[in-house]
Design a binder for this molecule. Structure first.
Ligand code: GDG
Length: 732
């Protein structure tokens, strides 16, 4: 059985030394939650740094044993490596650069060396444990070189990579001395996922500028491989937050946590006092000082709110060994002190500041008590706190003020979206949030809840894995085998041996070259004699199957005794009989197509589905132009494959894609022609997407041949119509 190997810097569990023994603690991070159903139950292995130093081999063994029980495998790192790889290249080079903090970015050769070493250790661990056909999912900025390192040694593995933080514009990324190595490292993957379309776009632009690779929408050609880039906005475990928020609402006061009681006591003296909440790791990307400046500005501008509103600021200790983080902490604490000193009264602390992390329960208590969440990062890959706040608002009241620089802003458009650097704008947003009517609050929160409840963290993980699996089949499709001399011999032999044979041949692009004016594509003498010869072979049925109108086919081949199928299968003429129109039949097709369209609605903010009696329509007029074009292309691909054996067709309008009942295509026409026939030799040759119906629909043993190198489900391909003719001539 194939399995999933997940690699991330940290494991989903942590190891701690307590009471003279090592203990394992689960961590409730978003990633671990999203992958829960794949991890353990589904035969998977998670590889990562255990976060603890083993002092000897015995300890390593003990820790490894404990972790293996959790389906985790540790990569041990020495203290020196941790400092240079983790504090160094990961957090002092990549983290600031990818978040646009070029002034904090350190370029040190020793960090880069350690980063390569650690990435190789991870790649080695993965390679040592990966069996043929396994799927690998590598996470985040600490492991950017791993995909390529794996691919070099194990091209058989399917590799996915997801970046949890922003990918910056090329003008910023280009600063990095090791930019080429990094981009090549990531491109080792088959599928590369980002939170937003902008990050994906930036990555593609860096690839184009640095490597000049050919890019076709979201597909990058890397040698003979295709690498797919896609957008998967990470979600949360919505139900968990909602459930806990409901429980908290119903809990008697004395059973609630100390923090919550503190907050309630604090409110007791001033029941109308409003609470603004901010939660982040103490990180310079989160815009904490800027937020405090904005709050001070608000208090100055709106003095009537003194004693009426407090900002609860939870800052979670993070990367405490890195200098910038230490400086930031003292800057934040000074600011809090100065605001409280300036505005505070005996009854009122404007800023209630915590520098620690809280248990999950208390976090939700904070979410549910807060009237406003003020989340104003200067840059943030996604910002899950924003989604968690929305999910915890079970009474649909509350206002989210969210930075436009957070990935989450793309999905949470009903929030008050602000530029975190604009102190005036943020303080105005605070005022607006405090005065927003209940009705407006309910409307905004409900709309956001509907969106994030659907695209939750489980769906996020499932989508990525599903897409990764599909990518592999797409890779395979692209690598359809070129017909070699050996194949030609084999086909010739099979053809000669078979007692009954049928050839389905498309016309334009397959038997004949393209002409500017399609009317000029009259069969030339060579082709006429080729078709005549083929039709004379005993026990051989020749079927020309084309998109051409029946009159043209009739004019060119009407007197021949082979079969003609015209207008993509709408008409058929067998032997000396006249033309017959084919009937259409309908089925319960919408049940199959609707989920696909819904999937696109989930991942494409602004798009919607319209249902008509005989069609389902996906509208994308309101979608970001580039994202819309990309998604439309993908949807077209997906739907084209899906509907190939149904009586459906896909129409493209202005910013709409419509799947409608059609009942006609080359695939079902060919099947109808075959009916009970079971020829010993069956071959189909075609050059465009309408022939894909044919390739998909015909029995598995059919020799399907695609003309040209475009994506195809055909088993083989040839370069052009001349090669088709040469191949067919070998049959007589
Ligand atoms: C990176 C990217 C991207 C916070 N304080 C406590 C606590 N938390 C939990 C929150 C939330 C998580 O930590 C923070 O997630 P964010 O998304 O807000 O930010 P980063 O940690 O910077 O994460 C980010 C993310 O990866 C996912 O791809 O969104 O942009 O920077 O889940 O609830 N949890 C507990 N106590 C706390 O005090 N229990």
């Amino acid at each position: 059985m194939n399995r999933l190997i997940i690699a991330s810097n940290r494991l989903p569990v942590s190891i701690q030394w307590q009471n003279n023994s090592f203990l394992v603690f689960p961590s409730a991070g978003g990633l671990a939650t999203g992958l829960k159903s794949y991890h353990k139950n589904n035969n998977s292995l998670w590889i990562g740094w255990p976060g603890i130093n083993a002092s000897n081999q015995n300890e390593e063994k003990t820790i490894t044993g404990l972790l293996l029980k959790e389906a985790c495998l540790p990569v041990f790192l020495s203290q020196d490596l941790v400092e240079k790889f983790y504090d160094g290249f990961s957090n002092a080079t990549l983290w600031p650069l990818l978040h646009y903090f070029t002034e904090y970015t350190e370029f040190k050769g020793a960090y880069w060396e350690a980063y390569q070493t650690v990435n190789q250790l991870f790649a080695d661990a993965i390679i040592a444990n990966a069996k043929e056909g396994d799927t690998i999912w590598v996470h985040d900025y600490q492991l950017l070189l791993v995909p390529q390192m794996i691919r070099e040694q194990r091209p058989d593995l399917r590799i996915g990579f997801f970046l949890h933080i922003p990918f910056p514009s090329f003008e910023v990324f280009r600063i990095l001395p090791w930019r080429l190595e990094i981009v090549n490292g990531i491109l080792g993957a088959d599928l590369i996922g980002f939170h937003t379309f902008d990050y994906a776009r930036h990555f593609i632009s860096s690839v184009k500028r640095l490597l000049g690779y050919e890019v076709d929408f979201n597909k990058i050609s890397v040698g003979n491989r295709h690498v797919y880039i896609d957008v998967f906005p990470m979600g949360i475990d919505y139900k968990k937050f909602e459930q806990r928020a409901i429980e908290i609402q119903n809990k008697p006061m004395h059973e609630r946590s100390k923090e919550h009681q503190d907050i309630d006591r604090f409110l007791l003296g001033a029941p109308n006092r409003k609470l603004i909440l901010s939660i982040d790791r103490l990180d310079y990307t989160k815009g904490i000082p800027e937020r405090l400046h904005a709050f001070r500005n608000f208090l100055n501008k709106y003095p009537e709110y003194k004693e009426q509103v407090s900002l609860i600021m939870l800052t979670v200790p993070s990367r405490v060994d890195v200098e910038q983080y230490q400086n930031l902490r003292s800057e934040v604490e000074k600011l809090v002190g100065s605001i409280n000193g300036e505005f505070g009264t005996i009854n009122w602390n404007p800023v209630i500041y915590f520098y620690r992390s809280l248990p999950f329960e208390n976090l939700i208590e904070l979410y549910s008590s807060a009237d406003i969440a003020l989340l104003t990062p200067l840059r943030d890959g996604m910002n899950l706190v924003a989604k968690e706040y929305i999910a915890s608002k079970v009474n649909h009241r509350g206002v989210l003020i969210l930075s436009e620089m957070a990935g989450a802003a793309k999905e949470l458009g009903e929030a008050l979206i602000v530029n975190p650097n604009n102190v005036d704008e943020v303080s105005e947003a605070i005022y607006k949030a405090l005065t927003l009517s209940n009705q407006e609050q309910v409307k905004a929160i409900t709309a956001m809840q509907e969106r994030i409840t659907r695209y939750n963290v489980y769906k996020w993980a499932a989508d990525f894995i599903q897409m990764l699996e599909k990518t592999e089949s797409r890779q395979a499709a692209y690598q359809a085998r070129k017909v070699s001399a050996k194949h030609k011999n084999q086909f010739k032999h099979q053809f000669a041996e078979a007692k009954s044979k049928i050839l389905f041949l498309d016309y334009d692009g397959t038997l004949q070259r393209f002409y500017n004016n399609p009317k000029d594509a009259i069969p030339d003498n060579d082709l006429v004699s080729l078709l005549n010869e083929l039709s004379l072979i005993k026990n051989t049925e020749l079927v020309l199957i084309s998109g051409r109108d029946k009159n043209t086919l009739n004019e060119w081949f009407g007197k021949k005794d082979y079969t003609l199928i015209a207008e993509h299968g709408a008409w058929i003429k067998t032997g000396n009989q006249g033309w017959k129109a084919r009937n259409t039949s309908h089925s319960k097709w919408k049940e199959n197509i609707r989920p696909v369209l819904e999937f696109y609605v989930d991942r494409t903010p602004g798009s919607l589905i319209e249902e008509k009696t005989n069609s389902l329509v996906w509208h994308y007029r309101k979608v970001d132009i580039e994202l819309g074009a990309l998604r439309a292309l993908e949807l077209k691909n997906d739907v084209t494959n899906l509907i190939s054996n149904q009586d459906l067709e896909l129409l493209e309008g202005s910013k709409v894609l419509e799947v409608k009942v059609a009942g006609i295509n080359k695939g079902n026409a060919a099947l109808e022609y075959l009916q009970d026939k079971k020829p010993e030799f069956l071959m189909a040759i075609g050059d465009d997407w309408t022939d894909e119906f044919l390739f998909k629909e015909l029995p598995d043993e059919t020799i399907t041949i695609k003309v040209g190198t475009d994506k195809s489900v055909a088993k083989y391909y040839v370069s052009d119509y001349q090669e088709v003719r040469e191949l067919l001539k070998t049959f007589y």
